[in-house]
Write a protein that binds this ligand. Structure first.
Ligand code: ZN
Length: 168
């Protein structure tokens, strides 16, 4: 599925679809099998009526199977992409936009050179790779018998500790 990014944005086109995670081979290359959960995605183009700037809104959500780096068990991790890419015509314009951005602290939108042969699934996959955590973890691991404290578990109060000491 290949689009001309500028034409797509100018015409205000929308593409959407679903894909099974394992088809994103780059995303899944270091992840455990099976990758049978689905992703839904949407790509929408638009042009700003005043500035003439063109944008691609990229959205995707779904699950990948990952290994928790705390308990080493696999689990389904939800990934969510909601990004807007500004389209520029060439690298000179890209440099001009990047130069504008450094003038204040606001990181601002991300600009990319518009591709006349933009591979849509590859773009979606690139965005998912960016949000995939380097060391995924359960919010709360299913079995905490290894004694490591879980988030939200109250620490013993210093008074309780003193009470324990007094008994000995
Ligand atoms: Zn875990």
């Amino acid at each position: 599925m290949v689009i001309d990014a500028l034409e797509f944005a100018r015409a205000g086109q929308v593409l959407e679809g679903t894909v099974v995670a394992r088809e994103f081979t780059r995303l899944c290359q270091d992840l455990p099998e099976p990758q049978d959960a689905g992703f839904s995605w949407c790509l929408a183009g638009r042009q700003d009526a005043v500035s003439g700037l063109m944008w691609l809104d990229v959205r995707a959500q779904g699950n990948v199977r990952v290994i928790c780096q705390r308990c080493m068990r696999p689990f389904q991790l939800a990934l969510r992409v909601d990004n807007t890419l500004g389209l520029v015509r060439d690298t000179a314009q890209l440099e001009a936009m990047d130069a504008l951005e450094t003038e204040d602290d606001d990181p601002g939108p991300e600009y990319v050179v518009a591709d006349r042969h933009l591979d849509v699934p590859a773009l979606i996959e690139d965005e998912l790779i960016l949000v995939l955590p380097y060391a995924p973890r359960h919010d709360v691991c299913p079995d905490a018998s290894d004694g490591s404290p879980r988030p939200g578990q109250a620490k013993p109060s210093p008074f309780a500790v003193l009470e324990q000491l007094r008994k000995h």
